[in-house]
Design a protein around this ligand. Structure first.
Ligand code: GLU
Length: 511
């Protein structure tokens, strides 16, 4: 038997291509990736596509594109190479039945021949007897048609006659199954609570449980890191490992990601409900389109930083972490047990911090796919770069750019009337004319404009609090925006002076 602790770490992210990758799945991938990198091990992508009924075309590509966008590229997997392939379970289907047969031979599994009608009848009979949500288990299996109730000859005959046969795991009676979970320490299940799960279907395809443990064994997976919803399945898995004489990997079950309001598991519907993506990339489900962090203007690095802290913390107050830093600090022991609230305000905060920290040229590159083609074709790279420099502190998402920086590309079409009425009167016009003259005769740098205009107001005992806000409204339409003189300077003489004249005429009509 291999010694797991001393062998090289191999972890797998094992999504089923039944739809887009939920953000909880992304976190699972991230933790697997971090652990692999930390331990100088291998991060594997395994596609668990044995359930053909739930298979969704495009889901596997979506998963891979998402992982690549996030920089979590697998070391092994379908399309990534590796010595343990194929990495798609549908391409390994011949492999699994022998292990199910072995479990039958060991007495830990059995053949079952029940028809759907017989199964339904069992459930209704049991319910009539007062048993809630009856299962195929140690109590009911003796009432059914399987190799435990039928004679050996009958079983052989049914199989030879081509009857529909499946293989079920036989849960022993009243036995404790324990395993160590890195987050929960010792976890124990009593087999009386567990059903006889199907492990091989009538078409010869394995179910998740069988395929999962066979592949974890054959792919030499040392650590299983997955969502909490698989915790009770682990008891079934441990039984199979024992019966097959295999060493089970180390298990780590990750806490749930909770709704933004704190109660209940985050669902795909919560995205639309709270106006926030819960998928890494956009997913077009035909009848519905789900928003993605990528298309909504998030930096992949910020998203990872936000996600890593949903269920894990470095044990200090470090918050902003590169992928390398996360790798350095990551440990399975620091994963928490309680659910983590999906606080999307925090995701925005992280994104803003990343935007601020990104250098202007790189940021422009990141934001470019979100800038309207109109702007891109009419303004130079240099101009856009200065706009970016002035605006970056005001962007939370890349998608904010067009609106937030709109004043640099388009003259105001309306002015904040309330503010204009509060401050403007005809008597100010001569002073504005004088300021305009000073502005247009200077070299139009931000500093020069500021010195000239503020100097004029000071020298004439005029109130900054009246003139400067009005000047800002003349340029931007409202009181928002970066430094006023930076704006005038960047707009340039021609554009800013035009805005100046247009605004004064409009103001006159407002009062
Ligand atoms: N295919 C399972 C899923 O979709 C994998 C669970 C596991 O990691 O074992 O989540």
């Amino acid at each position: 038997m291999q010694n797991i602790e001393n062998s090289k770490v191999r972890v797998r992210f094992a999504p089923s291509p039944t739809g887009p990758l939920h953000i909880g799945g992304v976190r699972t991938a991230l933790y697997n990736y971090l652990f692999a990198k930390k331990m100088k091990g291998t991060f594997i992508l395994r596609v668990e596509d044995t359930d053909q009924n739930r298979y969704i075309a495009g889901a596997e590509d979506y998963i891979k594109e998402s992982l690549e966008w996030l920089g979590l590229t697998p070391d092994e997997g379908p399309g990534y190479g590796g010595d343990f392939g194929p990495y798609r379970q549908s391409e390994r289907k011949e492999l699994y039945a022998q292990y199910a047969e072995k479990l039958v031979a060991n007495g830990n599994a059995y053949y079952a021949f029940d028809t759907p009608e017989e199964l339904t009848k069992m459930r209704t009979d049991q319910e009539a007897l007062g048993h809630h949500s009856p299962k195929y288990d140690r109590r009911t299996r003796s009432l059914m048609r399987n190799s435990l109730t039928l004679s050996e000859e009958e079983t052989h005959k049914l199989k030879d006659d081509g009857a529909n046969v499946i293989i079920r795991l036989k849960m022993p009676e009243n036995q404790e199954i324990s395993f160590v979970d890195k987050v929960r320490e010792k976890v124990t299940f009593n087999t009386d609570q567990l059903d006889d799960k199907v492990i091989l279907k009538a078409d010869g395809m394995p179910t998740y449980h069988l395929a999962n443990i066979v592949d974890d064994h054959l792919m030499e997976i040392t650590h299983v890191i997955r969502g909490e919803e698989w915790l009770s399945s682990t008891a079934h898995h441990v039984l199979m490992y024992q019966s097959l004489g295999w060493t089970a990997p180390t298990f780590t079950h990750l806490p749930l990601i909770l709704k933004p309001v704190g109660k209940g598991k985050l669902s795909k519907r919560d995205g639309a409900k709270f106006g926030f993506p819960v998928f890494p990339m956009k997913w077009d489900a035909g009848d519905e389109i789900y928003a993605g962090f990528k298309e909504d203007g998030y930096d992949a690095k910020a998203l990872l930083n936000f996600l890593v802290l949903l269920g894990w913390n470095p044990g200090n107050d470090e918050e902003i972490m590169t992928l390398d830093r996360m790798t350095e600090l990551f440990s399975l022991e620091k994963i928490v047990k309680s659910g983590a609230r999906f606080d999307f305000e925090k995701a925005n905060w992280f994104n803003q911090q990343y935007i601020i920290a990104t250098d202007d040229t790189q940021l422009l590159k990141n934001v470019k796919p979100f800038i309207s083609t109109d702007i891109l074709s009419n303004y130079s790279e240099d101009y856009l770069l200065i706009v970016m420099k002035l605006m970056k502190e005001r962007l939370q998402k890349f998608t904010d750019f067009n609106d937030a920086a709109g004043l640099f590309f388009k003259a105001p079409t309306s002015y904040d009337e309330k503010q204009v009425k509060k401050r403007f009167s005809e008597e100010l016009i001569p002073q504005f004319n004088a300021m305009k003259g000073l502005a247009s005769s200077s070299d139009f740098s931000s500093e020069k404009l500021s010195t000239n205009i503020k100097g004029y107001l000071n020298d004439n005992g005029l109130k900054m609090g009246i003139y400067l806000p009005l000047l800002r409204i003349m340029m931007c339409g409202s009181l928002t925006g970066p430094d006023l003189f930076d704006i005038i300077s960047l707009l340039g003489k021609e554009e800013s002076m035009k805005r100046w004249d247009d605004a004064i005429s409009a103001f006159k009509n407002m009062i």
